[in-house]
Design a protein around this ligand. Structure first.
Ligand SMILES: [Zn+2]
Ligand SMILES: [Zn+2]
Length: 198
């Protein structure tokens, strides 16, 4: 079978994302109006979280359910050497962290800057909620935003001929992890996602 779908960017599928409701744990929807943007710039988008199970409705503003990461990039208060430090991703935001300078060995408290942690891709990029459609395959997580996204990836994974469609740098396929692209995992992935429904 040949893969004949267009080279969509991931953001193409991000107008509807099934997430786990932070209130009742059932499937909830994140709907986003992307306008004409083709590259994710979540702050500029209008997203709404809606759960038909418990009635929760939230609008994307500064609401972030995911993890945060603290950063420090500052001159040592004693010797002026540059200090770089990044915390583990966490929900627990501390305003300051004690850091020992590697040059002069003196410790001091510095103010941290906190950012939304988005490197964990099994979350939605707008509210930071866990994706509803995810399944463990060996040590990896296979995730999709919605059923169209699932069908698209299922078509790709099942295809033995994958060349010849227009690849580009934002193409979802170009950015897929190697374990999904690997031919040796084809059968296992297809089997695992067969019963994988909302
Ligand atoms: Zn709910
Ligand atoms: Zn120092």
């Amino acid at each position: 079978m040949r893969f004949t779908q267009p080279a969509y960017p991931t953001v193409y599928f991000s107008t509807l994302i099934w997430v786990r409701c932070p209130n009742c744990n059932m499937a909830a929807k994140v709907e986003t109006n992307l306008g004409k943007l083709t590259i994710p710039e979540p702050q500029q988008h209008q997203s709404t979280l809606k759960c038909s199970g418990c009635g929760l409705i939230k609008t994307h503003n500064e609401l972030w359910y995911g993890l945060y990461q603290g950063h420090l990039s500052i001159a040592c208060g004693f010797c002026g050497s540059h200090l770089n430090y990044t915390t583990k991703p966490s929900k627990n935001i501390k305003t300051k962290a004690a850091k020992t300078c590697e040059v002069c060995n003196k410790e001091k408290e510095y103010a941290l800057q906190w950012y939304k942690f988005k490197q964990d891709f099994a979350i939605d990029p707008y509210f930071g909620l866990d994706l509803y459609l995810q399944v463990n395959i060996k040590e990896n997580v296979f995730w999709v935003y919605n059923i169209d996204h699932l069908k698209y990836l299922r078509h790709y994974v099942s295809s033995t001929l994958r060349e010849g469609y227009g690849r580009h740098k934002y193409s979802l396929i170009t950015n897929l992890p190697q374990w999904i692209k690997a031919a040796k995992n084809r059968e296992l992935i297809v089997k695992k996602i067969r019963f994988f429904r909302k």
